[in-house]
Design a protein around this ligand. Structure first.
Ligand code: UT7
Length: 325
C-alpha cells in the first residue's frame, strides 16, 4: 500500500567567516587546547560577525539547500526554523527568512527545542507534509550561540559555535516499505524536570534581558547517552531495522565523547559516524543539517543511504529520526 513520505530533495549550510581556535580562547580565558580537545573533541568554531544575525545565516543555508535541490524558493509552502537564538523576541526569525528568500505564500514558524530543534523541526514538517497540509518544506536549524555565551565562563564558552543548515523536503508517494525514500520514523521526547541543568538565565517575560547560557555539564553528560540510545532503539523498533542497517549515523554534535559512547552502545562502528564537532563546536539546532551537508558535499552520503539522526539538549528535549536519502 503506497504512503506519503517526506523526501529530502537537497541540503545546504552556511558558516560565518570568522574561525576561532582553541589557542585563541586560551589567550583570553583560563583554558587550553589540550583540555578542550581531550574533553570535547572541539578544535575550532565559527563566530558570526557583528551585525550578522541568525536570519542572515539561515537565509544563506536555505538558499544553498534550494540550489542543491534544484527548486525555486517560490515553490516552498512551509518553513520550519529551529532556533534558540532568534533575531528578535518576535516576529519569528522564520518570517525574516521567508521574506529574505522572496517567498510570499504558505506558512513560516519558529520551533524551540534548543539542540534537538532540527529533529523536532523535521518531525513537525514531516507530519504536515504527510497529512497533506503542505507540499514542499524548508527545515532549517540556525543559531548564533556566541550572543548568549558568557565569554568569561570557561565551562561553557569553549563549547559552542554559530552556523546554519537546511534541508528541502517534499511530500512524495512511496511504496510503503523501509526501502522507501524519505523520513521513515521520528521519535521526540521532553522532560522539563531537567530544566535547570541547561538553560539561559534571561528572557522577555522573566528578566526582560537576553541572558547567558548556564550548564551543569557533568549532569547533562550523565543523561545524554541513555536518552539518545533510548530514542534510537525506538526508531529501530518502529521500522524493524537495526544498527547494522545504518549507512550513516549523523548525531547532534555536542561532544565527541558523547557521540563515541552512543555509537559504541548502539554497535555503530566509528567509520559510519559523521563528525563535525571538531570544526564547528556545538551549533545547537544547526549541527545536524551542517553535518548532513558536509557529508553530502564530500560524497559520503548518497541517494538510497539509510541515515540515523539524533539530538539531545536543553529542557531536556531529545529525539531521533530515521530517513532514507
Ligand atoms: O548540546 C547540548 C548538550 N550539551 C552537552 O551535551 C554538554 C555535555 N557535557 C559535556 O560535554 C561535558 O560535561 C563538558 C565538556 C562540558 C565538561 O567535561 P567534563 O569531563 O564533564 O568536565 P567537568 O565539568 O567535570 O570539569 C572537570 C574540570 C573541572 O575542574 P576541577 O573541578 O576538577 O578542578 C573544571 O573546572 O575541568 C575544569 N574545566 C576546565 N578546565 C580548562 C571546566 N572547563 C574548563 C575549560 N578549560 N574550558
Amino acid at each position: 500500500m503506497s504512503v506519503m513520505r517526506s523526501v529530502v530533495l537537497g541540503c545546504g549550510s552556511y558558516l560565518p567567516g570568522q574561525v576561532v581556535t582553541n589557542a585563541e580562547l586560551a589567550r583570553r580565558i583560563d583554558t587550553s587546547d589540550e583540555w578542550i580537545v581531550q574533553r570535547t573533541g572541539i578544535h575550532e568554531r565559527h563566530i558570526a560577525a557583528e551585525g550578522e544575525f541568525t536570519s542572515h545565516l539561515a537565509i544563506k543555508a536555505a538558499q544553498a539547500a534550494l540550489d542543491h535541490a534544484g527548486v525555486e524558493a517560490g515553490s516552498i509552502d512551509l518553513i520550519v526554523l529551529a532556533t534558540a537564538t532568534p533575531d528578535n523576541t518576535f516576529p519569528a526569525t522564520s518570517v525574516m527568512v521567508q521574506a529574505g528568500l522572496g517567498i510570499t505564500g504558505g506558512a513560516a514558524f519558529d520551533l524551540h527545542a534548543v539542540c534537538s530543534g532540527f529533529v523536532f523541526g523535521l518531525a513537525s514538517a514531516d507530519n504536515f507534509l504527510r497529512g497533506g497540509a503542505f507540499k514542499r518544506a524548508l527545515v532549517i536549524g540556525a543559531e548564533t550561540f556566541s550572543r548568549i555565551l558568557d565569554w568569561n565562563d570557561r565551562t561553557t564558552c569553549v563549547l559552542f559555535g554559530d552556523g546554519a543548515g537546511a534541508v528541502v523536503l517534499e511530500a512524495q508517494e512511496q511504496p510503503g516499505t523501509t526501502a522507501d525514500r524519505g523520513i521513515l520514523t521520528s521519535h521526540l521526547r521532553s522532560d522539563g524536570r531537567h530544566k535547570s541543568k541547561l538553560y539561559v538565565d534571561g528572557g522577555p517575560s522573566s528578566t526582560q534581558t537576553v541572558g547567558h547560557l548556564r550548564m551543569e555539564g557533568r549532569e547533562v553528560f550523565k543523561h545524554a547517552v541513555a536518552m539518545i540510545t533510548d530514542v534510537i532503539e525506538d526508531a529501530f523498533a518502529a521500522t524493524g531495522t537495526s544498527a547494522s542497517d545504518i549507512t550513516w549515523f549523523v548525531p547532534h554534535q555536542a561532544n565527541k565523547r558523547i557521540i563515541d559512547a552512543s555509537a559504541n552502545k548502539l554497535g555503530i562502528p566509528p567509520e559510519k559516524v559523521v563528525i563535525t564537532v571538531d570544526r564547528h563546536g556545538n551549533t545547537s539546532a544547526a549541527s545536524i543539517p551542517l553535518a548532513l551537508t558536509a557529508a553530502v558535499a564530500d560524497g559520503r552520503i548518497k541517494r538510497g543511504d539509510l541515515i540515523l539522526l539524533e539530538a539531545m539538549g536543553g529542557g531536556f528535549t531529545w529525539g531521533s529520526a530515521l530517513l532514507r536519502w
